[in-house]
Design a protein around this ligand. Sequence first.
Ligand code: FAD
Ligand code: SIN
Length: 529
Amino acid sequence: MDTVRTDVVVIGSGIAGLFLALKVSRFAEVIVLTKKMSAESNTFYAQGGIASVMGSTDSFDLHIADTMAAGQGLCKFDSVEIMVREGPGMVRELIELGVRFNREEGGEGFQLGREGGHSAPRILHYGDLTGQEVESSLLGAVNEAERVTLCSDHMAIDLIVDDRKRVHGCFVLDREGGKVKKYIARHTVIATGGAGKIYLYTSNPDIATGDGIAMAYRGGATITNLEFVQFHPTCLYHPDAKSLLISETLRGEGAVLKNLGGEEFMRQYDERAELAPRDIVARAIDREMKKSGDKHVLLDISHRRPSWLKSRFPFIYENCLKYGIDIGRQPIPVVPAAHYMCGGIRVDMNGHTDLDGLLAIGEAACTGVHGANRLASNSLLEALVVSHRCAAWLEQGGGVTGREGVYGLDEPFVGDPKTLETVILDHDWDLTRRVMWDYVGIVRSEERLGIARARIAQIQETVERLYHEYGVSGDMVELRNIALVSGLVVTSALSRKESRGLHYMIDYPNPDPAFERDTGLCLGDGSGY
Ligand code: FAD
Ligand code: SIN
């Protein structure tokens, strides 16, 4: 098997992986692996923007208080404080790299957007193309940096872990060459993003299959708070649209939610109406749809001038038009969809996991800043702050693990996956995502979760057998990962016998102080996996 050696291997080329790689390249050699084209990431599709205290009417205390309130008792105060206070410095670094944010007309300050749960305008944005702006600027900088090699179409399969739980790199599928290679590094950084694709309907692009979370779990790291899956209240409802988010900043600019009877319903659920935190808005929409039997609700911003809409929301305006919806003239049909994983690989604010040699940053990691519900636009901010701190820790010597003594490796079997009938993979892929959508969605119950556990366990057993029999292919790796992560979400959800933030259980409709703690799953701890 071909072996490549480097100082730091980063898996993932979204905001977290690229920001870290850029910084690390100033003092070490870095390889960034990414499983598709380098820009394809959740980051690229971010619309609303980055929450950060940049305006005179705002304060660190307010941003901290809003984040803590959204997280419903599970945010780690010290981590939130670090994110909020160090955030503006990171935003300035982005600006120095060339990232553009909209400025006030004729003024010096930034044009700041509003989103649910924020008590002040605080969202820096570039129209509704913020993610694209950030991702392309970071890619430009990484491509110019001398000590970074970016390898697209390179999919990490599993970590290389020795018997003492030290991580030495990863096994990687070079998708063009169809070969598995070994990447050996002093430090391995998981920056693989979220896992929206475990659900049938999601705002996430196809890359979001939870690979990093699955790899870390198989490698022996602790995975925490996976029951807190954030559903975005408003994705376009259209038979031909796949994953088109309608940003919360539309509601920040006055868009109103209505049921198909034309009734504005949000105030019945929360006095903050359209700007209540996301868990509340998503559950309200779910309730309205269940009450009426309708397949969607409406989001109306048609009272704003078309010319203003075109310049503030160019991406949404154009893309809705492609589906025949003129947002300046008619309401937008919307439904909630799986959007963000608040849980993930347990880390501290420097990205340290509980495995020597393994770091995790961005959406794949769980630092404790989001608690039971992430405040809108805090994730890009968190990714920047933790990546920066992780790079600083690596620069200071970062508890270097040896490259020698790599042993006890369980190499992936290359086999001939082409001989496996695709119908089998496709069926299990669809089934997993449908089970998750129907039984592990916005509103949960013991009954539904119990059924989901049995179904997902069966799929996992089949997929593991096929993986070991037929060998590695891109589709097989992703299916294996969505099945595992789905199982972990179900197990975490079953273990939280209360309702808190994004985890709403019919059987236990209230928060219970006994559960005001994180859940954690680790291979071999009796959690059933
Ligand atoms: P990502 O940006 O998802 O990058 C993950 C990378 O890992 C990708 O390059 C992927 O290809 C790669 N990868 C995955 N698995 C493998 C593997 N096995 N091998 C190799 N490479 C792999 N947050 C905000 O704060 N503000 C917003 O306005 C906002 N809007 C959003 C809009 C949408 C539509 C979506 C989907 C999310 C939004 N979010 C927003 C959330 C935010 O975009 C993400 O949380 C954040 O971008 C995650 O960054 P990341 O670097 O951790 O992961
Ligand atoms: C949005 O623009 O609504 C998404 C913001 C986020 O997920 O933080």
